[in-house]
Design a protein around this ligand. Structure first.
Ligand code: C5P
Length: 312
């Protein structure tokens, strides 16, 4: 007999930035071989789950109108995977899932992956499934390349399609400014654009991540800044040329480095400290090159419950 928690439960999961995103060969399964270094940021989505007769998704907050409410939403797929784990066939448990978006949609910050990771954590508790962290990581990898990292948080290297994680020694907190674009970019379209650019020329490729790892271990933002790199940046900028101005606005305002986050179009500016981040955010905001500017710090923990677990 499945025991279901009566009260609603809230879980939260972070956005991510790729400090290093080296895109390798296109694989037969349509994914690219990656070596990436993820850092989780203090910009979150929150998920509230309640026992219900059917899966129902509602969304509010940043870009809510652009979030699908049906089975294409990773949250829905996460709920189905968890219901399968709970057993009981077609009479398996169901939940209503309310998403509060703080992370922009289609922004290159893994917002959808964060929602899926938070759903796994919340339903594990709501349905008292007691799945281990490694079982949740396995389900996360089935949902999407970035979902395991959204679950684990911190700073990690991702290999394979990004879903196989290895921890990275990272000291200190880093201060970021995030510039949200007017509009989003589709991740598959950005990868396709990179394949096209590589077919017709030789877009820049970032090197190995060894020096970046040393900078993270030293905890030195100034050492880290010139080592940030993203192979998808050229493709994102080709699809959205306005990003060039946004990146320049960040460095002109005094950021140590400016990169496109993941497949974009969010731009991430690494700053020397909190005061610099505030100054950069004010200045970038005043240039009008982007829709919204936010400050964030990293690394932060991965998906977790934010209400006290139910007493057993
Ligand atoms: O894994 P996820 O569903 O988030 O990936 C979205 C899309 O991004 C994939 O369908 C693929 O087009 C592209 N992708 C890729 N190589 C990766 C990760 C994602 O080509 N390693």
């Amino acid at each position: 007999m499945l025991h279901v928690v009566d009260a609603p439960l809230v879980a939260r999961a972070p956005a991510k930035v790729n400090l290093h995103l080296a895109v390798g060969a296109l694989r037969k399964d349509g994914y690219h071989e990656l070596t990436t270094v993820y850092q989780a940021l203090s910009l979150h989505d929150e998920i509230t789950v309640r026992a219900a007769d059917s899966i129902a998704i509602s969304v509010r907050g940043e870009g809510a109108d652009d979030v699908p409410l049906g089975s294409t939403n990773l949250v829905w797929q996460a709920a189905e995977l968890m219901a399968e784990k709970a057993g009981h066939g077609k009479r398996g448990p169901r939940a209503s899932i309310a998403i509060t978006k703080g992370i922009p949609v289609a922004g290159g910050l893994a917002g959808g992956s964060a929602d899926a990771a938070a759903t796994l954590v919340a339903l594990n508790e709501l349905w008292q499934l007691e799945l281990s962290r490694s079982e949740l990581l396995e389900l996360a990898a089935r949902l999407g390349s970035d979902v395991p990292f959204s679950l684990s948080g911190g700073t990690s290297v991702g290999v394979g399609r990004g879903e196989q994680l290895l921890p990275v020694l990272s000291r200190n907190t880093y201060h970021w400014v995030l510039a949200f674009a007017k509009g989003g970019l589709s991740t598959p379209a950005v990868y396709r654009e990179l394949d096209r650019l590589r077919a017709v020329g030789a877009p820049p490729r970032i090197g190995a991540a060894d020096d970046l790892m040393h900078a993270l271990a030293a905890g030195d933002a100034r050492q880290l800044a010139p080592l940030l790199g993203n192979d998808l940046q050229a493709a994102a900028v080709t699809l959205m040329p306005a990003l060039r101005r946004t990146l320049r606005a960040g460095t002109d305002a005094g950021a140590l480095a400016a990169i496109v986050s993941g497949s974009g179009p969010t731009c991430a500016f690494l700053c020397a400290d909190e005061d610099d981040a505030i100054n950069v955010s004010v200045e970038v905001s005043s240039t009008g090159v982007c829709r919204t500017v936010r400050t964030a710090t990293g690394p932060v923990p991965g998906a977790r419950l934010v209400t006290a677990p139910h007493p057993r």
